[in-house]
Design a protein. Structure first.
Length: 227
């Protein structure tokens, strides 16, 4: 019941912000993504099956808030959907970019998968408008029913070859395992407000021996329409 109340409260807050956004001409961005496998931190979230993501982000100057949703499937667990609610602040100083936000991950109507919160600090720098190097720290701040609060660290890089952008990352999830990924991304501008993005990524996950998880290798493709 507490989870359901929190979701309802978050949706009410988002609705209120949306009303304010219309009054203040705030930015509104929406997107929908299809993929053959929802992979997070190297691990499948859909038991190696397809997924559809939807997202709505509202922004005002450097502040933003939004909702993200997807179907999920975990072996031996009853969760079938994920809803993320976030609020943050992003700014740039020259080629140095700073993004800090707070996010809650919900699994509505699930008795097996606990919701949890993270505070995120993401820093990166772009060299010659081509090479971006960055790192992010995800601080686990709360887990339902006093569960473990775990941190996640990740470093990443991308290079814009004009025809395509190559990207790579490496991360470590406390007491869970480490992962790395490499991939290619290509975006197409359809109009002033519409973009189509294609991505192909290989991700490798190595489980900690005490985590109870299995190692994974995943090759997945995504297509995202932003409008």
């Amino acid at each position: 019941m507490e989870k359901r109340k929190n979701i309802i409260l978050s949706l009410i807050v988002a609705s209120s912000i949306a009303t304010f956004a219309q009054a203040q001409e705030l930015g509104i961005t929406t997107s929908i993504t299809a993929t053959n496998n929802y992979v997070s931190r190297g691990m499948t979230q859909t038991d190696d099956k397809g997924a559809v993501f939807g997202e709505v982000t509202l922004s005002y100057e450097n502040f933003y808030t939004g909702l993200w949703a997807s179907n999920v499937e975990f072996e031996g667990a009853d969760a079938d959907s994920e809803l993320d609610v976030y609020i943050g602040y992003a700014t740039s100083i020259g080629n140095f970019n700073i993004d800090t936000h707070y996010v809650r991950y919900y699994y509505p109507n699930s008795e097996d998968v606990m919701y949890y919160d993270e505070a995120v600090l993401d820093l990166n720098y772009t060299f010659f408008d081509k090479l971006t190097l960055g790192g992010a720290y995800y601080w686990g701040t709360h887990t339902e029913n006093n569960g473990d609060k775990l941190d996640y660290y990740e470093g990443y890089a991308s290079y814009d070859f004009d025809a395509v952008t190559a990207h790579a990352s490496a991360g470590d999830y406390e007491n869970i395992g480490d992962n790395y990924s490499i991939g290619l991304t290509k975006s197409f501008t359809l109009s002033d407000d519409n973009t189509l993005t294609l991505d192909l990524t290989y991700a490798n996950y190595n489980a900690d021996s005490s985590s109870g998880y299995d190692d994974e290798d995943n090759l997945y493709a995504t297509i995202t329409y932003t409008f």
